[in-house]
Structure formats: structure tokens, C-alpha cells
Design a protein around this ligand. Structure first.
Ligand code: HEM
Ligand code: HEM
Length: 126
């Protein structure tokens, strides 16, 4: 794995370990207040980012496109904003809501960009 595929996949492993650590802490402490932070770390950070990594590995021409680098940077930064915002929000800091909200909107935009990249790559004639 190289380039964009490699960074997406390696970061999915880091998000996976972080999310599982949080899940175990929640289970052990019987305090599930960080459920949304754990859930989104697992499903966006581990599952989606691993899928992005495998997609770009399978479609090297799409991965070589500059748009894929934009997708990578925007997705990583916006997911960090979502997770930091959610962690603070569900830790009781209501003022963190805009961080999670802006992160979520930007993440959705990055997913629209991925939809375009993947749609073009998958429907292109070979
Ligand atoms: C070490 C393994 C794990 C532990 C100890 C753990 C722990 C937890 C706990 C304590 C909750 C809160 C349950 C509740 O309050 O209803 C939860 C929810 C959740 N976990 Fe995990 N988890 C683990 C692995 C995973 C994995 C691998 C994924 C996904 C790839 C995942 C995704 C979720 C989701 C989506 C929810 C929210 C479920 C809902 O909305 O009812 N977890 N987990
Ligand atoms: C970035 C845009 C997203 C926003 C704004 C968002 C927002 C939300 C909200 C408001 C909830 C309900 C939380 C609650 O009732 O406490 C939720 C739950 C959930 N979302 Fe998302 N979500 C986003 C992305 C995603 C993605 C991409 C996935 C899957 C890959 C996902 C999977 C889930 C799951 C499994 C739950 C149930 C667990 C929970 O209650 O936290 N979400 N999401």
C-alpha cells in the first residue's frame, strides 16, 4: 500500500485502537456517556477509513489524482474535529458543540468529494 491508501489505512488502525480503548474504559467504568464518541471513532475512524484505504489501494489511478489528497486531508482533520468536539461535549462542555458541528459538516463535504472520486473511478471504462 502506498500514498493516500497507506495513510488512510494506517490512520484507521490508530482510530480503531483509540476507539477500542475508549470502549473498554466505558465498559469497565459503567459510564457510557462517551457512547457517541466511541461509536463514531469506530465506525468513521476504523471502518470507513479502512474502506477508503482499501478503495484507493484497488484504484491506483484515483489515488494518484490530487483530489484524493484533498479528500485525505479534509477527512482526517474534520474527523479529529468531530471526535474532539464530541469528547468535550459529552464530557459536559457544551461550548464544544460548534467544533463537532463544523467538523461534521466538513466531513460530509469530504464524503461528497469521495463520492465523486469513487463514482468516476468505478464507472470509467477499462
Ligand atoms: C473492545 C471492544 C469494545 C468494547 C469494550 C465496546 C464498548 C462499548 C460500550 C460500553 C458501548 C455503550 C453501550 C450502551 O451504552 O448501550 C458501546 C457502543 C457502541 N460500540 Fe462499542 N465496544 C467495543 C468494540 C466496538 C467495535 C469494534 C465497534 C465497531 C466497529 C463498536 C461500535 C459501537 C457502536 C456503533 C456503539 C453504539 C451502539 C448504540 O448506539 O446502541 N464497538 N461499545
Ligand atoms: C459527520 C456526519 C455525522 C453526523 C453529524 C452524525 C450524527 C449522529 C447523531 C446526532 C447521532 C445520534 C447520537 C445520539 O443519539 O446520542 C448519531 C448516531 C450514530 N451514527 Fe452518526 N453522524 C455522522 C456520521 C456517521 C457515519 C459516517 C457513520 C457510519 C459510518 C455514523 C454512524 C452512527 C451510528 C452507528 C450511530 C449510533 C450510535 C450513537 O448513538 O452514537 N455516523 N450520529
Amino acid at each position: 500500500m502506498n500514498g493516500v491508501a497507506r495513510v488512510f489505512f494506517l490512520s484507521s488502525l490508530v482510530f480503531g485502537l483509540a476507539g477500542l480503548t475508549l470502549g473498554n474504559i466505558m465498559a469497565a467504568s459503567h459510564d457510557h456517556s462517551q457512547l457517541p464518541t466511541h461509536a463514531h471513532t469506530m465506525v468513521i475512524g476504523w471502518v470507513s477509513f479502512a474502506i477508503f484505504g482499501m478503495f484507493y489501494h484497488q484504484f491506483p489511478a484515483a489515488a494518484a489524482n490530487k483530489l484524493a489528497k484533498v479528500h485525505l486531508v479534509v477527512a482526517e482533520v474534520s474527523l479529529l474535529a468531530i471526535l474532539i468536539g464530541l469528547y468535550m461535549l459529552y464530557g459536559g462542555n457544551k461550548s464544544a458543540e460548534p467544533i463537532a458541528a463544523i467538523g461534521a459538516i466538513v466531513y460530509a463535504v469530504s464524503f461528497a468529494l469521495f463520492t465523486y472520486i469513487a463514482w468516476c473511478a468505478v464507472s470509467a471504462k477499462r
